[in-house]
Design a protein around this ligand. Structure first.
Ligand code: NAD
Ligand code: ZN
Length: 266
């Protein structure tokens, strides 16, 4: 596998491996790119099918839900259908292996994700979700948690249109919405606290598959850097993150198994 990488990338992988072995407090932030190799489109990919003329910024906001709750609910039902049969890829598995290995080493690994899928959990990781969970719902008025329909009821053969039936809250009658942090909404307090503490106290911050455009999550690398951490970025495309010490410009599913196998082989 190493032979297929460019000499520059091989050198960067070697540098990164050294840091991974040396540092004890590690904070990892993942974004949509880590699930891309599982077949889940990122937010920067163009939307497909029925939704190709909609921007996610027009659907993933509280204003959009107030304006047209059926449209927003239908879009999330469609996204659930897209995600329902997807499985973790080698990048998720490598991180889970590393976390498992760290239980019997001196390393402390905090895994934070911006993703609303549950592929990290499916791979066996313990993960903090900053932006909510696609498989949970809550009332849009009183925030009462409401169970979602079972994942295997989302058959890829069913057609999700613009007109999916809305559910209402048994407590207050408000419309049920996905338990996801929309643009303009605050992040969940406990999860943000976990992320900030881990970023501020880490010696190594690893940013994987995120465009580093959406704040406050994108600011975690800054907190880490200000407190002396080294920053590694894994992303095949350039990002505006200028704090990076080591850039691994390849797919996460290629790079992470390479890095982690070095640590676990110790
Ligand atoms: P993003 O789509 O902005 O960026 C994905 C990044 O992954 C890109 O930089 C891309 O180059 C990279 N990438 C693609 N394939 C990769 C691979 N195989 N390996 C590694 N990297 C790869 O996603 P983001 O940075 O996670 O977006 C930030 C957050 O903004 C999202 O997690 C989400 O919570 C939020 N957001 C939410 C919605 C919503 O629907 N609620 C919409 C847009 C953004
Ligand atoms: Zn309610």
């Amino acid at each position: 596998m190493l032979a297929e990488l460019s000499p520059t990338l091989i050198a960067e992988v070697a540098l990164a491996t050294k840091l991974l072995k040396l540092k004890q407090r590690i904070c990892i932030l993942t974004g949509a790119g880590i699930s891309a190799e599982s077949g889940i489109p990122t937010f920067r990919d163009k939307q497909t099918g029925l939704w190709e003329n909609y921007g996610v910024e027009d659907l993933a906001t509280p204003e959009a839900f107030i304006r047209d709750p059926k449209l927003v609910w239908s879009w999330y039902q469609w996204r659930r259908q897209v995600v329902a049969d997807k499985a973790p890829n080698p990048a998720h598995h490598a991180l889970a292996q590393w976390q498992y290995h760290a239980q019997s080493s001196d390393q402390q690994i905090t895994l934070i994700t911006q993703n609303v899928d549950d592929l990290h959990e499916q791979a066996g990781s313990t993960v903090t979700h900053l932006h909510g969970n696609l498989w949970r719902n809550k009332c849009s008025q009183c925030e009462t948690p409401v169970q979602n329909q079972a994942r295997d009821s989302y058959s890829s053969k069913d057609t999700v249109g613009y007109d999916e039936a809305l559910m209402t809250c048994y407590q207050c009658g408000g419309y049920i919405r996905p338990d996801i942090v929309w643009f303009g909404e605050a992040l969940p307090v406990d999860e943000w606290q976990t992320a900030e503490t881990a970023a501020t106290n880490c010696e190594l911050f690893i940013s994987i598959g995120t465009s580093s455009l959406v704040y406050p999550a994108a600011g975690l690398a800054q907190s880490a850097k200000q407190n002396g951490a080294k920053i590694i970025e894994i992303n095949p495309n350039p990002t505006p993150n200028t704090l990076v010490d080591i850039t691994l410009a390849e797919k996460a599913g290629v790079i992470l198994p390479l890095l982690i196998q070095e640590i676990i082989a110790l």
